[in-house]
Design a protein around this ligand. Structure first.
Ligand code: NDP
Ligand code: PYC
Length: 334
């Protein structure tokens, strides 16, 4: 493993993206996301993702100079056209208008269109909770996941993430997971490391259960929680696909034309203002939310994101670690 400071990791990311021709703004926004992922030890969405950025560019499937356009679509809807760039800059462009509308009306939606996407959603959810708002985000990806009861890829790994701001400087309550048993990035990491995947993550191209990571990647991934994850995945295809006028995971894969680039689609993000919902009684009701978190942890349960926040503390003092092989690959691209 190679250990480096967060500053060195940031320089490495910027060097790779600049050398590949990404604009200064795209480079900054992409680096923010991959460094956040690495810092919080979300290895499938950290520095490793730079390889996807580069291969997506080589495949001609991303606009490295894209400048997102913000449209005031309706009183409760802001739409951002990412113009074929990665999603991060589009999210940044839409965030001020999303928060303004949510504060004004209590609830607002941000629809991002025409973006290339690989981000862990908690990065965005965290930015919204920092504004004191409750947040929900989801998006399709490429058709890699079989619906429950089926054996052929149809859904994306379709992540869904939720965030709840907390008082007194406490970090927000956030969960963020794929509706597949695991993110595809994790299966790719197993393949790179020559490790078998656990039972239940996927099936081979003949529809048979397998623990061979490469066979799952060629076959189909499975949803988490059987029919429940499958229904959530279908919902995400709908509300972050046709509802916002963008591609489903199957359409994203067709758009890819076998190039193996990052998915190309839209993203739906909702923001809710508790103070608008609750008025004068906000403080009292938000305290009841705190009681819920206390009751969870009192049983020995951990809150989602706790592992991430602990990893963040560690990384801020000790830096981050990546495998030698990934470090060498990134150095060659920088
Ligand atoms: P996991 O299955 O690891 O689940 C992650 C979530 O569950 C985190 O919020 C995690 O918190 C929480 N969690 C895990 N274990 C526990 C526990 N014992 N108790 C309470 N909470 C727990 O993640 P996935 O593989 O499904 O997804 C990983 C990432 O991949 C996500 O960030 C997602 O956004 C991203 N992704 C992005 C896609 C895209 O299209 N852009 C597609 C698919 C995934 P903690 O982090 O603290 O462990
Ligand atoms: O890990 O499933 C995944 C994924 C898809 C797009 C970005 N990450």
């Amino acid at each position: 493993m190679v250990r480096m400071t967060l500053e060195a990791a940031t320089e490495l990311s910027e060097a790779v993206l600049r050398r590949q021709g990404f604009s200064q703004e795209q480079t900054r926004a992409l680096t923010h996301t991959v460094i956040a992922g690495q810092r919080d030890e979300c290895h499938s969405h950290g520095l490793y993702r730079l390889l996807n950025c580069v291969s997506t560019l080589a495949a001609g499937k991303v606009n490295v100079h894209a400048r997102p356009e913000v449209h005031d679509q309706a009183p409760g809807i802001v739409r951002v056209d990412a113009k074929g760039g990665f999603s991060q800059l589009a999210f940044e462009a839409g965030l001020p208008e999303l928060t303004r509308k949510a504060r004004q009306q209590g609830i607002a939606a941000l629809a991002i269109n025409h973006c290339v996407h690989f981000s862990a959603l908690w990065v965005e959810i965290e930015a919204i909770t920092q504004c004191g708002l409750v947040a929900l985000a989801c998006n399709p990806s490429h058709a890699w996941v079989a619906p429950a009861g089926g054996t052929k890829p149809l859904f994306g790994t379709n992540p869904i993430a939720f965030g709840w701001p907390r008082p007194d400087g406490q970090p927000p309550f956030i969960f963020d997971f794929a509706t597949s048993a695991i993110a595809r990035g994790d299966i790719e990491l197993h393949r790179r490391e020559g490790k078998p995947v656990p039972h239940g993550w996927g099936i081979d191209r003949h529809g048979q259960p397998t623990q061979d990571a490469a066979a799952v990647l060629e076959g189909a991934m499975l949803t988490f929680g059987g029919h429940k994850g499958s229904a959530l995945a279908a919902m995400i295809e709908l509300i972050a696909g046709p509802l916002i006028g963008d591609l489903t995971s199957a359409e994203s894969l067709a758009h890819d034309e076998g190039k193996g680039a990052s998915p190309y689609h839209g993203e739906l993000i909702l923001a809710l203002d508790p103070r608008r919902f609750l008025g004068d009684s906000a403080t009292e009701h938000l305290q009841r939310a705190e009681a819920l978190f206390t009751a969870m942890t009192a049983q020995g349960a951990r809150l989602p994101s706790q592992r991430r926040y602990e990893a963040r503390e560690r990384s801020l003092t000790q830096g981050v670690e990546i495998p030698d092989s990934l470090y060498l690959e990134l150095q060659q691209l920088a």
